[in-house]
Structure formats: C-alpha cells, structure tokens
Design a protein around this ligand. Structure first.
Ligand code: ZN
Ligand code: ZN
Length: 360
C-alpha cells in the first residue's frame, strides 16, 4: 500500500486515466500499484502530455500494451520502497523518472546501445505510467530532483532529454546553420539544445507569438514562412511538426549533404510526397530520434542551470479528471506543454498562475 498517511493495509484504489485497447479513455479507480523487486512507488506531482499519448489514445502506437495508464514525462515523490531498492533512496525523495525500459540483457543492451533493444518498453506505454496518483517504477530509473527544481520543471526532463538526444546524434559543430520547423514545445527544446552547441538556429512557424518566444530563447532569424528564411539551404533541418507539409518543407530546406531529422510524431494517416525530394541529387542523411537513454541526468542539469528553460513552455495545468480535455487541447494544437497535476485541487490559485508562458 502507498497511502502511508492513513496506515491502512491492502491495495487501495487510486485515480488514474486508463486507455483501453479500443481507444476509449476514462478516468477512474484502479488498485494502487505495488512496488516489485527494485521498484519504488512514486506519488505523481506533475506529468506532461505529448503527442505520443495522443497516438496511444488513438490506438496508433504499436508498442503500447492495452489497457494502459499513459504518462511518461513525470516527477513525483517516493512514497514506498520495494524489496532490494538501493539504500540511497528514501521515502520522501523527490524524483523525475526516465521512462525507458530496455531489457538489459540482449546484445544491444549489453553493448550499451539500448536504443536498439528489440524488447524495449517504456513506462506509460508498455506498463502503466503517471497519469495517476501513484506509479510503480524501477528505482534505477529515478533521478533525484535538485532542491530548487519545481515538480513541473522535473517533469520536463524527459522531453528535454529527447531533444538533447536528437541534437547530439547530429554531431553538429559551431558555425553550422540549422532550421527548426515548428515552434512547438519540442521545437523550442530542440532550439535551446542546439544553441548550446554554438550553432545558428533559425525557426519557422506560422504563429508570430511563438516566434517571439523562440527569439527570446535564442533563435535567429525567424519566419512565418519557410520560403522566406534567408541565407540558403541549411546544414541541419529538424522537423518538429510531424505534419506532411512541415516534413516536405524540411526536405526542401536541407543542404545537399546536410542532415534532416524527422522529430515530429506523425499520425498513422500522414503521407508525404517523396517525389518532391531530389534523392538523386542529394547526399543528405535522414534520421529519426526517440530514445532518451543516457541523456536524462544531463538534461536535468541543463534545466537546473537555466541553460534549457522550460518554464516559458508550460502553458496549461489540468487536474487528472480532465485528461480527456488535455488530449483534445494537444490534438487541436492549443498551448505548448500541458501538464496534468494530480494535486491540482489542493494547489492555490496563486501557485497555478505561476504557470508562465505566452497566451497561446
Ligand atoms: Zn512525450
Ligand atoms: Zn535489450
């Protein structure tokens, strides 16, 4: 049991958002999670919503195991320790959790390349995640939150680590030019991760308000129209929209020996027109990047130092009961980063207005 406050034994019910195989979403009661060997139970304080949750809800995410409680971008407080948890973890510790669950014993895992693990699962995809009051996770996946880091910042570690991974895969060097397509939450994290490498980052998005924020975060130049970004083709182009139009624009903008990263999350029905891509004239490399492995602690440090700013990206906080609404907002492209706060009801209005970011 995890409700340490009341001292009762047995699996008590908790609130959780559940997605069934049919794609139906409900918020209801399921038993409190029990910590397995090497696991801790985390009381969830903040959990970000992203396009992956939308794919899981739509039944379009191949590696999801239904029914599932989604939620893979989260922070919280350890409330129970399972057997064989290392002694440095204590009840009350504040943590963010790397959701990646590589098998740990296949050839890829043993050669420190768990991204290639064929049996790789993830919290919130193959096992229950954090759109719930409590979640059981391996202690090995927990990273201690720095003292001054908020729950909300802690929950941004996962998307920030993903952005870092994408950027690190390129091996970009100072002086190169990059274009980010889409000033959404992913695009603004990718922008900041690239700026750390000393490269010039342009960003394109139809929303002038988001472009202003992108400029504050280091983008230059910016444009509402990909055709109007000056200076010729780019060494690196990163599509963060997942839209066919964005991806085709990205194809057009990359230098013939440049690198293209498709970093958006296209829906199953998304189609791009490959005939627009002059493959025979190009040596451009095309990448996708998803894994957060080995970057989680680094991302947390960059958020702590302010080198990657996440507060301006947090536009919406919702209670768990409104998970459905959160998915609708994401699907409608409303806001930047939405987070579900299971303690929403007990937070003061003042705390909630601390959610910064532009009115988008
Ligand atoms: Zn995500
Ligand atoms: Zn493996």
């Amino acid at each position: 049991m995890v409700a340490a406050d009341d001292g009762e034994e047995g699996a008590l019910p908790m609130q959780a958002a559940i997605i069934s195989r049919t794609g139906t979403i409900s918020v209801g009661e399921i038993p409190d999670p029990e910590p397995g060997l090497g696991q801790v139970v985390v009381r969830v304080r903040a959990c970000g919503v992203c396009e992956v949750d939308l794919l899981i809800a739509d039944g379009e995410f191949a590696s999801a195991s239904y029914p599932v409680v989604p939620g893979h971008e989260f922070s919280g407080e350890i409330v129970e320790l399972g057997p064989a948890v290392p002694r440095h973890w204590r009840v009350g510790d504040r943590v963010a959790v790397d959701p990646a669950l590589p098998c740990g014993h296949c050839a890829a895992c043993r050669s420190n390349n768990a991204t290639e693990c064929g049996q790789r699962g993830a919290i919130g995809e193959s096992v229950n995640g954090a759109f719930a009051e409590y979640v059981a996770v391996p202690a090995a996946n927990c990273y201690r939150l720095p003292a001054l880091m908020t729950w909300e910042q802690g929950a941004m570690t996962e998307p920030a680590s993903r952005a870092l991974m994408g950027v690190r895969r390129f091996g970009v060097v100072a002086g190169q030019r990059s274009l980010v397509v889409g000033a959404n939450a992913t695009g603004l994290l990718v922008l900041q991760a690239q700026r750390l490498s000393g490269i010039d980052v342009s960003i394109v998005d139809p929303d002038p308000g988001l472009l202003a924020l992108a400029m504050d975060l280091g983008a230059n130049p910016i444009s509402t129209d990909i055709a109007e970004v000056s200076g010729g083709k780019f060494d690196v182009v990163i599509d963060c929209t997942g839209d066919p139009e964005g991806m085709e624009g990205a194809f057009d903008a990359v230098h013939t020996d440049g690198r293209l990263l498709l970093f958006g999350t296209p829906h199953a029905g998304a189609r791009t027109q490959l005939s627009r891509v002059p493959f025979n004239e190009q040596e451009a490399g095309v990448n996708h990047s998803m894994a957060v492995l080995n970057n989680f602690g680094l991302a947390m440090g960059l958020i702590e130092s302010g080198a990657i700013q996440t507060d301006p990206l947090l536009t919406h906080a919702l209670p768990l009961e409104e998970f459905d609404e959160a998915l609708m907002l994401i699907s409608g492209g409303i806001g930047l980063k939405l987070q579900v706060l299971p303690d929403f009801e007990v937070l003061t209005a003042e705390q909630l207005t601390e959610f910064g970011g532009p009115d988008v």
